[in-house]
Write a protein that binds this ligand. Structure first.
Ligand code: R5P
Length: 318
């Protein structure tokens, strides 16, 4: 039973998701206005008392990322100054995560910079889904609850009858092996790995496929589909190596540029995504299925509010 100090708020990043989470919790979204001054500066007004509140701000830092991030920082500042007891940033998608280390000299580490900004703005806790890299949790000196969308995807694939096929779960790059292995374990399938390289940002080239895909139904799993270059090229390579059918799964459907057209014109049987970020005009296109993370996030929020275990939540999804 959630305590009555629990309140949900949202900026402009994904209000539909905030509404869905609030519905799951049986409460309404808190009263707050996040608007713009005439020069474009962000204006936040919390229109109810926040004193002693356990405030959960639902705000994926998705496109337009600089706007959604700045809204989140200013909302945190508002709740801190209004004496909220605890401020949890619910970031179903953590933007700027792909620059999580220096690969070449003089590069920034934006994932750490965002963590520093949130800390200084007054966040006390982070709740997020499928960080680009697990180690980003360590960029924070506060609790980070990191939820996987894999169990939701596995549940959907099982209910679609796909787990009975001769499956192989495929990671589209070496960095995603842990994610692919977790899904493979849930589906009782082996894994394969695509070794790709990026000659430049947002371009990918397939180098090799490790593992047996011949005659199998391949389920590709990635955290992000942005331009769809990695996953579409990977699917072509899997077909060339004899995969019978290929499915694409991802948590965060950024779908920049013409990604949704590329996906719909690709060899994929189906593209399975979640609603961590708002659904674009592509929503409803054939081939694309959207699964909601709202019940999982609502459950996690209630557990955090009641000081109950968050990890036990996965027993329900596995
Ligand atoms: C990269 O390592 C990520 O996990 C995704 O594979 C990548 O961001 C997808 O980008 P795109 O769709 O533009 O190839």
């Amino acid at each position: 039973m959630a305590r009555n100090d629990l309140r949900i708020f949202t900026g402009n990043a994904n209000p539909q998701l905030a509404e869905a989470i609030a519905r799951e919790l049986g409460i309404s979204v808190g009263r707050m206005v996040v608007s713009r001054f005439s020069d474009g500066e962000i204006q936040v007004k919390v229109e109810e008392s926040a004193r002693g509140m356990d405030a959960f701000i639902i705000q994926p830092t998705c496109c337009p990322v600089n706007e959604t991030l700045m809204e989140l920082l200013i909302m945190c500042d508002a709740f801190k100054r209004a004496s909220a007891r605890r401020i949890t940033c619910v970031m179903p998608y953590y933007g700027y995560a792909r620059q999580d280390k220096k690969v070449k000299p003089r590069e920034p580490v934006t994932a750490r910079l965002v963590a520093n900004l949130l800390t200084h703005a007054g966040a006390n806790r982070i709740l997020t889904v499928d960080l680009h890299a697990e180690q980003i949790q360590g960029f924070f000196d506060m609790p980070v609850d990191h939820l996987p969308a894999g169990p939701i995807i596995a549940d959907y694939l099982r209910k679609s009858g796909l787990s009975d096929a001769d499956l192989v779960v495929v990671s589209p790059d070496v960095g995603g092996v842990a994610r692919a292995r977790a899904l493979a374990e849930q589906l009782g399938a082996p894994i394969a790995i695509i070794a790709k390289r990026r000659p430049e940002p947002n371009k990918s080239e397939i180098m090799e496929i490790i593992g047996d895909v011949d005659g199998k139904v391949a389920v590709m799993i990635d955290d992000i589909i942005d331009t769809a270059g990695s996953i579409v090229n990977g699917a072509v390579a899997l077909k060339e190596r004899g995969a019978r059918q290929v499915y694409a799964c991802c948590t965060h459907p950024i779908f920049s540029g013409s990604a949704s057209e590329r996906l719909c014109n690709s060899v994929f049987e189906e593209v399975i995504v979640t609603d961590t970020i708002p659904l674009g005009p592509w929503c409803g296109k054939t081939k694309i299925t959207v699964l909601s993370v709202a019940p999982m996030l609502a459950d996690a929020i209630a557990r955090i509010n009641e000081d109950r275990s968050v990890s036990q939540l996965f027993e329900e999804y596995l």
